[in-house]
Design a protein around this ligand. Structure first.
Ligand code: ASN
Length: 313
């Protein structure tokens, strides 16, 4: 499959495209069923909102443009992640919930060839009240293992069409501190580690946005990413969350993030109604691309949204 073909889904070999579709359906069905079986409620996504993920500060953010527009005299933003909405819902109505949410992140056009970046992707975004990092490790390990096993069982022919050999990894996955990997492998640690490892690995203690829990004394962050093997890179990102009003304010000020955009979250925190929680999001296209063994995440999108390449439809 050549990269040029990615701009038009109709140019791809029908058999291969169909196999990717069927595997995508199998993964989504299994993940959703698993969560519902575990008592999660499914809420539908919001696309335009006054509050969204600032995606700042985050060492990996390569956003070229943030989409803001005015409706009914109010400024709204295109959803970058549903972190704020999940936190509000988990605090006010439901202890375990998830959504499949379109995230619009206008990535720098130079990222078109990384194979991992899209300017619009779908995130399975979940949040659990009172959960801790270890609960999320167990849950996502089950999601990853279970959906790969399901695909191996039910989509054998599709995997064959794509020439994909994949084994379900064995949990628990290894856990490494980001700064240790950086020390050993240098700035390109993520690429190197993802290429070299045989199984997915958890990366912990990652300095980033205000909403992830940070121990202000030790400087340790209680958050995590999951890296896929074979160079597929980061597929899950999440953390335990800040819920104390004073700490949230300090961190927003420190990061230079506009507090007006997080008013409801801050009000709940001030009233002691923002629940402690943990959660994470899994990039659907990245995960399905890995299961299928394809070279670019856009291959799993019927209408590819590659940075810098706006399709006809
Ligand atoms: N979904 C992620 C989380 O739950 C946030 C993100 O996508 N930036 O932490």
């Amino acid at each position: 499959m050549s990269f040029a073909q990615l701009t038009s889904p109709y140019d791809l070999a029908r058999e291969e495209r169909s196999a990717v579709f069927r595997i995508g359906t199998a993964v989504l069905t299994r993940v959703v069923n698993l969560l519902v079986e575990k008592g999660f409620q499914w809420f539908l996504p919001v696309v335009l909102a006054r509050s969204t993920d600032p995606l700042w500060p985050d060492g990996d953010t390569g956003i070229e443009k943030r989409i803001e527009l005015e409706i009914y005299g109010q400024k709204v933003r295109a959803m970058q992640s549903m972190i704020v909405h999940k936190r509000v819902l988990v605090s006010l109505c439901q202890d375990k919930l998830f959504t499949l949410s379109p995230n619009i992140r206008i990535e720098r056009r130079e990222r078109c060839n990384t194979g991992k970046h899209l300017y619009e992707f779908t995130q399975l975004d979940l949040e659990v009240a009172y959960a801790k990092s270890k609960d999320m490790f167990t849950l996502f390990e089950e999601i990853v293992v279970d959906s790969i096993s399901h695909v191996k069982r039910c989509s054998e022919q599709e995997l064959q069409i794509l020439g994909r050999k994949i084994e379900a990894p064995r949990p628990p996955f290894e856990i490494h501190r980001k700064r240790d990997l950086e020390e050993t492998h240098g700035r390109d640690w993520e690429k190197i580690v993802s290429k070299e490892s045989k199984d997915p690995i958890w990366i912990i203690d990652i300095p980033r946005e205000f909403y992830d829990m940070e121990d202000e004394t030790s400087g340790e962050w209680r958050n995590y990413d999951l890296l896929l093997p074979e160079g597929y890179g980061e597929v899950i990102s999440g953390g335990e969350r800040e819920f104390e009003h004073g700490k949230l304010i300090r961190k927003l000020d420190r990061d230079g993030v506009r507090k007006e955009e997080y008013q409801l979250l801050l009000e709940l925190a001030a009233q002691g109604r923002l629940k402690p929680s943990a959660g994470a999001g899994l990039g659907i296209e990245r995960f399905v691309a890995y299961v299928c063994g394809v070279k670019h995440v856009a291959i799993v999108q019927p209408f590819p949204r590659i940075p810098g390449l706006v399709p006809e439809l």
